[in-house]
Write a protein of this length. Structure first.
Length: 335
């Protein structure tokens, strides 16, 4: 048995650790290709420095993961390669849109890496996720500061909060229908504004990808996603507008028409299924658990059901195109 660096006995990877490492590899290989193109096309020097740091970190993570896979005699995932990006492609996204991309990817990291860390016990695996968590926090701080300095940060609503401590004394507190609804509480405002901001970004990603995709079926899939996100925005903004809750929106999700896509159809579908799909689905369901007004819970439930159907179709499309890389699986022990 090989000792680890802290002299504890070597232990084999658990199924949870293999799954988390495999997912981390796919995520980092996708991000490396995104950052390579962003770095080549960005004009703003401050944003370029941020992208360079994120690109370097994704490369470091991939190298660390490869070492673990080789040490464990595990097959290294195929992930995304140079074939999935055209660094020499013309500029598609505005510099601010690229900054929103980077900000969104830090949210994904800060959602997935802590969960992976809590799921693992082996020191080298925990070190990998702990380093990535620390980097994600640090780079997100830099991105937020940069957004604020450039005046493009999408701020959440600021509302006057009642300072008195009160307890709900009737079931009417949960009512959101038939005109008898109470004002939104702070948690509900936070939930709705968070989803609306994410939906604004997602909508423009769908718009862009529907233009860039080569395959007709994929173009239609991304267009359907755009229409679905528009319904989400209309549904949730209606609640906020009735409550006179202001919600900020970006004016710089700008894209340019180009003939050659910088990304493969495979990479764009993976980004949609993973970053816009799994992450959005988790955000919506988390919001459902902390929202108490019945009309909001109903709206979020409808959104969740629609997202299940849409991203289920995305997985079927990935399988049809032979793009869905199978996660490691146990040896079949059936007799």
């Amino acid at each position: 048995m090989n000792p680890t660096k802290n002299n504890l006995p070597f232990v084999e990877l658990t199924a949870n650790e293999v799954s988390n490492l495999w997912s981390s590899y796919l995520k980092n290989s996708m991000e490396q290709r995104l950052f390579e193109y962003f770095f080549a096309s960005i004009e703003d020097s401050e944003i370029k420095q941020v992208i360079e740091k994120m690109l370097d970190q994704s490369k470091k993570s991939i190298n660390e993961l490869k070492e673990i896979f080789i040490k464990e005699n595990l097959t290294i995932p195929h992930g995304f390669t140079e074939e999935d990006v055209r660094i020499d492609a013309l500029k598609v996204f505005s510099d601010t849109f690229i900054l929103y991309f980077c900000f969104d990817l830090t949210h994904l990291s800060m959602s997935t890496y802590p969960m992976a860390l809590s799921d693992c016990t082996r020191n080298d695996v925990r070190d990998h996720f702990q380093v990535n968590i620390a980097f994600s926090v640090k780079i997100q701080n830099e991105i937020v500061a940069l957004m604020l300095s450039q005046g493009v940060y999408l701020k959440h609503p600021q509302v006057e909060i009642d300072s008195d401590v009160e307890f709900a004394d009737t079931m009417i507190y949960l009512n959101g229908f038939f005109g008898g609804s109470r004002p939104l509480n702070a948690a509900e405002i936070a939930n709705l504004s968070r989803i609306v901001h994410r939906a604004q970004f997602s909508k423009m990603v769908f718009v862009t990808f529907s233009k860039l995709a080569k395959a007709k079926e994929l173009k239609q899939h991304f267009s359907k996603g755009r229409d679905g996100i528009k319904k989400v925005l209309d549904s949730l903004q209606e609640v906020l507008e009735k409550e006179n809750i202001p919600i900020s929106a970006s004016g710089d999700f700008k894209i340019s028409d180009v003939e050659m896509s910088p990304f493969s159809d495979k990479l764009m579908l993976f980004f949609v299924n993973t970053c816009l799909g799994i992450f959005c689905f988790a955000m919506v369901n988390q919001s459902m658990t902390s929202s108490l007004r019945t009309d909001i819970v109903f709206k979020l439930g409808k959104i969740s059901d629609d997202m299940k159907k849409y991203y289920g179709l995305g997985l079927l499309l990935a399988i049809k195109e032979k793009w869905l890389e199978q996660p490691p699986q146990a040896v079949d022990r059936k007799v």
